[in-house]
Design a protein. Structure first.
Lengths: 257, 387, 414
């Protein structure tokens, strides 16, 4: 692949583009966290974002569901532009699900209440229907027996799978993962990664910020490498890991692989 | 793939920024409406009752006297306020000093290895922390002072120069020199102490010889005091009983004494808890590390544990001092003429109540803010430098 | 292998303890002797006072006056019923809370046998039980005994029902109406009591307790709103909130009460003439609201930001984020501080007696020493000791329970 072809990949989605970032900048005070980000993510595509800490990967996906506000450029999710419009923001948040590094489960609610909260409050689903949906999803992530327990009683891996279930209950079009396994003990990482792989196989559009290279190699359609707030290189995993083009990419890969 | 028009402004009723301002406006409108209603009621009622609402009353003659101070009943009300304010300061400052000394001692005692001392301290703290201050003050005033202090004819004199009676407590005082001069001597002594401490500290750093700053400094302080006393020609006056009065010396008003005692005992129990808590909050490893470095017990306390404990203690300590100052307002119930009592009296004598009390509240709030500011300053000065 | 030094029986062990804790150094021994002697002397004098010298007749005769003021004597049944209902209510809530804790795996009660639970309860509430028995001993009618017995029975029944109800999954309408009824009970009791005697005439220890409860309940919405406003990024809201909080916290409660005594009528339409009790409760609400605001603010700060972010990313509106996720956690985190504030308020209700001339427990105690039978005998000591004791028992017990709760919740160590 030539350089131009590699870079062209970032702005061309595999399939129909469901997320578009065009010339996105983000400043924290005078520090520029995102510099001219251009990315298109297609329907059912799995994009894995890697890079050193401070590269802006988390900031980028947090801009997509407006946990951070971008300063310049356009972000469009499923045809809705992310702007100051409250209705747009709420709609985008309904269509995207986010899984956090620290799980952020609600400790005062049981597992099933955590999962049914948003469908009942936001989509106004009746309680029984919501609970049926919740149990279905909990079975998909293989912890249906924990439904009545409280987050504090679960292991880290179980909690993160509940977090995934909680986001899935809203039937989002896109799932955003912000370093989902970084806070887990090693023996629990696999159960979460397995759940994520199942999701990918079922055709969910996913953007995953992670350090798990095995996951990237196995499941990603494209790998995006970010450093210093910019997208440095993009490519399919089979090319990306074996034949990186940019020096910065080579440096990073040599440090972690 | 559909796209909306680039960055068009959303309709105003959905625009996040507009909504924020709208919300603020609505809240402001509600608060303003309530305030205007209250103000309207106030104006109407004040006009109907014919009571003035300005601050002119401050210039009117007070028409009451303040026991324990030579206050001319014809002075304007604002002078009475000043007297009240000074009385508040007086009982507060002495109270803070007493409470701190007592409280820190009891707090340290609570951690003593001596079982008797530690238990007694615990009992003291648990008893007085859980009593309402007013009950304690009432007890001290009505119970101790009025009941147990003997009438002047049978005054108790443990030594010839202390007189205890229900008209007051007589203790020796200075005379023949102005109070300001003595204060100046005190200030000179303290500055000198501080300078000596700094000099000796530098000597210690340069040569490693013990600084002995404490001994030298306090020695200088004492010498200055004595010299100043003699040179200024100050004399001691000893109290004595003349008929039904205590003359000479200085008479500590029974109300002042009761208020002071109650405030000090009560606040000391809280300060003891703070002291104990902050010493215990210093990680055990600190004391262990200091011991491993062969520092003696005193050195461990003084150089390692107490400095860290002090940092932790400053905010809650400041809070207790503030509470003591505010609690001094209870003097109004015990015939001590601090600020609240003065306000109460002047209102009873015809001053308009709303402006009078409002002024008093403002004064207390200012005292509070100043004290908080000082506490913050102290906190900043002693903060641990962190990454 | 050498064997460890043997203990030579309890005698030596006690002596060793004494050497370590009482007589380690010369200074230590001196302290022990001086303070030990002082302590023994004080205990001796105190016991002598309480059991031998004091004339408790004044309390016995005036017990009703001190407790409920001038409540009509023939209507004491109303009081008894209210206390019993309150006991039932507390029991129900305790039962429901316990069930909820058990489900969340936070209760250690299941580890205790029935007998151990009784011992635990006695240890925690023994002081209150003892005080109640003491008060009952001072009365000379059967009424109070019946009231106490009924209340205990009602509490136990409530606890059992609450525990049972908590385990079942009830149909939604039953659960909803149940919670609503529970919330309304305090107000219902108030209405019931005020029909017998208007709020304006509530006196005695009854006044201290009810005005404290009213103050803390009413100040809650105010405190939460102020805390939210203070945290808000909207400048105007924040400034207003800070202004209110700092002004009220800088003012002595006593001065505010004195002011309410003479000034409150200026701020309300002339047709309303607020009674002293109402004035006291209004001031308590205004005052405690500011302190509660700071407590709630601390609680809000203790909730990790991720909670708000998770709620946001699920699409919950800001109101729902706060009301369903952040605020419940915030309030739960500062329960001990809230209890502390209530204890403070409880003790400060005595100020209303002095400032406004309400005949609360303290004022009552002072007043009865002026009765013709008791005047001039220095009985103020007895009455003040009695008053101090009652307040002390309440405050000490609540304080200890709060510490226990703090340990159990593991607040701040999650």
């Amino acid at each position: 692949m030539t350089n131009e072809q590699v870079f062209a990949d970032a702005t061309k989605a595999v399939g129909e583009a469901i997320i578009e970032l065009e010339h996105v900048d983000k400043f924290f005070g005078s520090f520029q966290a995102l510099k001219d980000i251009n990315l298109k993510v297609g329907l059912q595509e799995v994009v894995v974002v890697i890079g050193p800490s401070g590269s802006g990967k988390s900031t980028m996906i947090r801009c997509i569901n407006r946990l951070e506000e971008h300063d310049n450029g356009r972000i469009v999710v499923d045809g809705i532009e992310l702007s100051e419009d409250v209705r747009n923001i709420q709609e985008i948040r309904r269509e995207t699900g986010m899984v956090f590094q620290q799980f952020n489960l609600f400790p005062h609610l049981s597992v099933i209440d955590n999962v049914t909260l948003a469908p009942r409050q936001v989509r106004r689903m009746p309680k029984d229907e919501a609970e049926r949906l919740a149990m279905e999803i909990l079975e998909r992530v293989q912890i249906p027996e924990q439904a009545r327990k409280y987050p504090g009683q679960l292991s880290g891996g179980q909690q993160q799978r509940v977090a995934i279930a909680r986001s899935l209950a809203m039937k989002p079009k896109v799932m955003l993962f912000d370093e989902p396994t970084s806070a887990l003990d090693p023996e629990m990482i696999n159960e979460v990664l397995d759940a994520m792989k199942d999701l990918a196989r079922e055709g969910m559009t996913m953007i995953v910020v992670t350090h798990e290279m095995g996951f990237a190699r196995e499941v990603a359609d494209r790998v995006v490498f970010m450093a210093d707030g910019q997208i440095v290189e993009v490519g399919p995993p089979e090319h990306f890991f074996t034949n990186p083009q940019e020096d910065r990419t080579k440096l990073f890969l040599s440090q972690i692989l | 793939m559909t796209t909306t028009e680039g960055s068009s402004r959303p309709p105003f009723y959905r625009d996040v920024r507009v909504l924020k301002w709208l919300f603020q406006l609505v809240v402001f409108a509600i608060v303003a409406a309530i305030a205007l209603w209250l103000w309207g009621n106030f104006r109407r009622n004040a006009a109907a009752s014919g009571i003035p609402t300005s601050f002119d009353f401050l210039s009117a003659p007070a028409t009451f006297s303040i026991p324990g101070a030579d206050f001319n009943p014809n002075s304007p009300v604002r002078s009475a306020y000043v007297v009240g304010f000074l009385n508040t300061l007086r009982v507060s400052i002495v109270g803070i000093i007493l409470a701190t000394v007592l409280g820190v001692l009891i707090g340290i005692g609570r951690l003593s290895t001596n079982w008797v001392v530690s238990r007694l301290s615990a009992v003291y703290v648990e008893v007085f922390r859980n009593l309402p201050l007013l009950v304690l003050l009432t007890f001290v005033f009505l119970g101790v002072v009025l009941q147990f202090m003997p009438p002047i004819a049978e005054a108790w004199t443990p030594v010839s120069w202390i007189i205890v009676s229900n008209r007051g407590i007589g203790v020796p005082w200075y005379e023949g020199v102005s109070g300001w001069a003595l204060l100046l001597v005190l200030a000179i002594g303290m500055v000198g102490w501080w300078l000596i401490a700094r000099w000796r500290q530098r000597v210690f750093e340069r040569t490693g010889q013990p600084s002995r700053a404490g001994i030298l400094g306090s020695g200088f302080f004492l010498v200055t005091l004595i010299l100043g006393w003699v040179l200024l020609g100050a004399m001691l006056t000893l109290p004595s009983i003349d008929g039904r009065q205590i003359i000479d010396g200085i008479r500590v008003d029974p109300s002042f004494f009761a208020l002071l005692l109650g405030l000090a005992i009560y606040t000391a129990s809280h300060i003891a808890e703070i002291t104990r808590g902050s010493i215990q909050a210093v990680p055990r490893g600190q004391g262990e590390a200091a011991a491993a470095l062969a520092l003696t017990g005193f050195q461990r306390m003084w150089k390692v544990i107490l400095p860290q404990a002090m940092r932790i203690a400053i905010p809650p300590l400041g809070n207790q001092y503030l509470n003591l100052i505010k609690n001094s307002s209870l003097g109004a119930g015990f015939a001590y003429f601090e600020l609240t009592n003065v306000t109460q009296t002047t209102v009873g004598n015809g001053s308009p109540s709303v402006p009078a009390f409002f002024l008093t509240l403002v004064i207390y709030v200012v005292i509070s803010l100043v004290t908080s500011g000082l506490v913050n300053l102290a906190n900043q000065r002693f903060k641990v430098v962190e990454r | 292998m050498t064997s460890p030094p043997t203990t030579l029986g309890t005698g030596t062990r006690a002596a060793r303890w004494a050497r370590k804790h009482l007589f380690r150094t010369w200074l230590d021994s001196a302290l022990t002797i001086v303070f030990g002697g002082l302590a023994l002397y004080l205990i001796f004098r105190f016991v002598l006072f309480v059991f031998v010298n004091a004339r408790w007749e004044i309390i016995q005769v005036n017990l009703k006056l001190l407790m409920v003021g001038r409540w009509p004597s023939d209507q004491l049944m109303v009081m008894a019923v209210s206390v019993a209902v309150l006991g039932l209510w507390v029991g129900l809530i305790a039962g429901l809370v316990h069930r909820r804790q058990m489900r969340a795996g936070q209760s250690r009660l299941t580890a205790m046998t029935g007998g151990q639970r009784v011992v635990d309860l006695v240890r925690r509430f023994g002081l209150i039980i003892g005080t109640v028995l003491l008060l009952l001993a001072l009365t000379n009618t059967n009424g109070p005994w019946l009231m106490a017995a009924t209340t205990v029975v009602a509490s136990v029944v409530g606890r059992v029902i609450g525990g049972a109800a908590g385990t079942r999954v009830l149909p939604r309408w039953v659960a909803r109406t149940g919670v609503l009824l529970l919330a309304l009970v305090p107000f219902a009791i108030y209405v019931y009591l005020s029909r017998t005697l208007a709020l304006a005439d509530w006196e005695g220890f009854f006044f201290n307790i009810t005005s404290a409860i009213a103050g803390i309940i009413l100040c809650f919405p105010l405190g939460v709103l102020l805390a939210l406003a203070r945290r808000s990024k909207l400048r105007l809201l924040q400034s207003l909130s800070i202004l209110y909080i700092e002004f009220v916290r800088g003012s002595p409660l006593f001065v505010l009460l004195l002011m309410a005594n003479v000034s409150l009528e200026f701020f309300v339409p002339a047709s309303i003439a607020p009674s002293k009790v109402i004035r006291a409760i209004v001031v308590f609400t205004i005052f405690t609201g500011a302190y509660l605001a700071e407590i709630v603010r601390g609680g809000l700060q203790s909730v990790p930001r991720g909670q708000e972010e998770a709620a946001k990313s699920l699409g919950l509106s800001p109101t729902k984020q706060m009301g369903l996720i952040v605020l419940p956690q915030a309030l739960r985190n500062v329960i001990p501080a809230q209890i502390g504030q209530f204890i403070s308020l409880f003790k400060d209700t005595t100020l209303a007696g002095l400032a406004l001339g309400i005949l609360d427990l303290l004022e009552g105690a002072k007043a009865i020493t002026q009765q013709p039978d008791f005047r001039g005998q220095g009985l103020i000591i007895e009455t003040l000791v009695f008053v101090g004791f009652l307040f002390w028992v309440g405050s000490f017990t609540m304080s200890r329970e709060s510490q226990r709760l703090e340990r159990k919740l593991g607040v701040g160590t999650r």
